[in-house]
Write a protein that binds this ligand. Structure first.
Ligand code: 5GP
Ligand code: MN
Length: 317
């Protein structure tokens, strides 16, 4: 069993680091912090490296113990919730300099880039996998870890509403509830409450929505200038892609965020049958069937929009 091999590597290692993907979401941060606490609790010498994260995650236990970067050569680096090595971005060197590498993830298009790859695409969140993994290793999941795990499960399932949710998701949440974790409070903090600046950015994205292909595709974008205007904070653009997706008749929502360094970060969501991961893979990205992304660095908004719409069209019924 690969989990036994991974545990052996953990037992052998002196210095361990936990890393995740760039622009980390709740699942990435929740998974990282849980793995960090789990290893600390079994007396491992461990760092958790997260270069930057959105303000709304500041309430998570141990988040103030994260490092922004590290040049150290670790005995073992564990990547969580990350489909490709490229998406480790600033932590790429740290990963490559490690003696042994492990990854735990739930992306279908995972590139199996580590020495040991534990990937379960059926799981709607990496945090859901970690619960199984920690139980298998007989590592106790305390309340702090439970809060982080719940934050990841809630964000990656859109509040238990995405189709990837399994019966196990609810069993886990019931178990966390019995542990005394305030589900409602975590839910509100990671999913419901939005900052004033996020609200302003959402307003701009909403006002720009246009429809294509008999209203089956919704498209919108925000620019660097928009973000400056509303004094946007990191992560305020999260959720802009959901506005179009939630409109009746829309199958695919496409959202662009202009990047400071040039180019656009593309987010795609589908409701029912279009595999947006396949579309993003064509542009060097990836993700899940109903939630995927890529970065496109050349072309105007209109050119990139038209390219994506042309591909998306082929998948529409
Ligand atoms: P989002 O649109 O929220 O940035 O990302 C949606 C999903 O697609 C997430 O699961 C994320 O990991 C994945 N994703 C987003 N951008 C990329 C990318 O550039 N490459 C890959 N492989 N996956 C991505
Ligand atoms: Mn995830």
């Amino acid at each position: 069993m690969i989990l036994d091999d991974i545990k052996k590597e953990i037992d052998k290692a002196n210095r361990i680091a936990v890393v995740t993907h760039e622009n980390p979401d709740g699942d990435a941060i929740g998974s990282s912090l849980t793995m960090y606490m789990a290893l600390k609790n079994i007396n491992k010498d461990v760092d958790v490296i997260i270069p930057e994260y959105a303000k709304m995650f500041e309430f998570l236990p141990c988040i103030n113990e994260t490092k922004k970067s590290s040049d150290e050569h670790y005995d073992l680096v564990i990547a969580v919730d990350c489909a490709t090595e490229k998406r480790l971005k600033d932590n790429n060197n740290c990963f490559n300099n490690s003696k042994v590498t492990i990854q735990i993830d739930h992306h279908e298009a995972n590139k199996m880039f580590a020495d040991y790859n534990y990937v379960d695409p059926v799981s709607p969140a990496c945090c859901q996998i970690l619960i199984k993994v920690l139980k298998y290793w007989n590592i106790e999941i305390n309340k702090d870890m439970g809060v982080c795990l719940l934050a990841g499960i809630i964000t990656d399932t859109g509040g238990f509403k995405y189709s990837g949710v399994t019966s196990e998701t609810f069993e886990i949440v019931a178990w966390l509830l019995d542990k005394g974790i305030n589900i409602s409070s975590v839910y509100r903090r990671v999913l419901q409450t939005i900052s004033k600046t996020k609200f302003e950015l959402n307003k701009i994205a909403t006002s720009r929505i246009t429809f294509y292909e008999n209203d089956k595709i919704a498209f919108t974008y925000i620019t660097v200038e928009d973000e400056k205007k509303v004094n946007a904070q990191l992560g305020d653009y999260e959720g802009c892609v959901d506005i179009g997706r939630d409109i009746e008749g829309v199958e695919v929502s496409i959202f662009f965020r202009e990047l400071k360094e040039g180019g656009y970060k593309v987010s795609m969501r589908s409701n029912d049958y279009v595999n947006v991961s396949d579309i993003c893979l064509m542009f060097g990205g990836g993700g899940h069937m109903k939630a995927a992304g890529c970065t496109i660095s050349s072309g105007t908004i209109e050119q990139i929009r038209d390219k994506l719409i042309a591909q998306t069209k082929r998948y529409l019924k």
